[in-house]
Ligand binder design. Structure first.
Ligand SMILES: [Zn+2]
Length: 249
């Protein structure tokens, strides 16, 4: 089967609260990452940067207008591909090595990037076998309890390991908006990666359940409200605990 070349690689949708969702529609839902842009008074925030197969800032006017702090929820290829386009790159310290020396292996590209995840390719000559992500070492490290201050909007940094070692979430107390990365979203959760830990995952889920969230904007799949988010967390916790995961009971 010949895979066509995409005309427009990115799509955007402006939501309420000055939040814009950016995504890559020609990629399978489980791989396609939600990129979240937040307009702030002094600077803007971008949570995750997608696959990096097509220049992001050139394609999205919103990202070229003002200073942007680009935060990576974790170092998997589908979340940090365009990080190298941004001067300010914020991540958790345990992801530094991978972001400095990315390979197809340590970014889990080999496992997931195959022709069948695409309905269209990003450009003529694209090759799934040689696709990689450019090095983009973080310029600022954050950890649990730190804040991301956009001038008029402040996000608490949450350290939520389990899916990956350096998984971060961001919570805005004022609005109840929660950017949850790949810790929690309304789709199959992944805890069997090389940097996953299901005991940590259970702990992170317990923590997420306590947050007074109004909307959970995850790393993949559509956003959910608090009730659904808690159901997902409970399902995960129950599954891990009844599946005989040794340290989780
Ligand atoms: Zn991931």
């Amino acid at each position: 089967m010949t895979i066509p070349i995409a005309k427009d690689w990115y799509a955007t949708e402006r939501l309420s609260d000055d939040v814009t969702l950016i995504w890559e529609p020609h990629v399978d839902a489980g791989i396609r990452c939600n990129m979240w842009h937040v307009r702030g008074r002094d600077r803007d925030l971008l949570v995750d940067s997608g696959l990096g197969m097509v220049p992001l800032r050139e394609s999205i006017a919103l990202l070229a207008e003002r200073p942007v702090w680009c935060l990576g929820t974790h170092s998997h290829f589908d979340h940090v591909g365009a990080h190298h386009e941004f001067d300010e790159r914020i991540m958790h310290g345990s992801e530094v090595e991978i972001m400095t020396s990315p390979t197809r292996e340590n970014m889990v590209i080999d496992q997931y990037v195959t022709a069948d995840i695409f309905t269209a390719y990003p450009y003529d000559g694209f090759d799934v076998e040689t696709y990689t992500v450019k090095a983009a070492p973080p310029t600022r490290l954050v950890d649990d309890g730190d804040v991301i201050d956009l001038g008029d909007r402040v996000f608490d940094v949450l350290y939520l390991p389990g899916h990956s070692l350096g998984e971060l979430g961001l919570f805005e107390r004022k609005s109840g908006i929660f950017f949850s990365g790949d810790c929690i979203y309304d789709g199959p959760l992944v805890d069997d990666g090389t940097d996953s830990n299901s005991d940590d995952y259970v702990e992170s889920m317990e923590r997420v359940k306590e947050l007074p969230v109004t909307v959970c904007h995850g790393g993949h799949y559509p956003s959910v409200g608090r009730d659904r988010m808690i159901d997902i967390a409970d399902e995960y916790i129950a599954g891990r605990r009844t599946a005989g995961c040794p340290a989780a009971d």
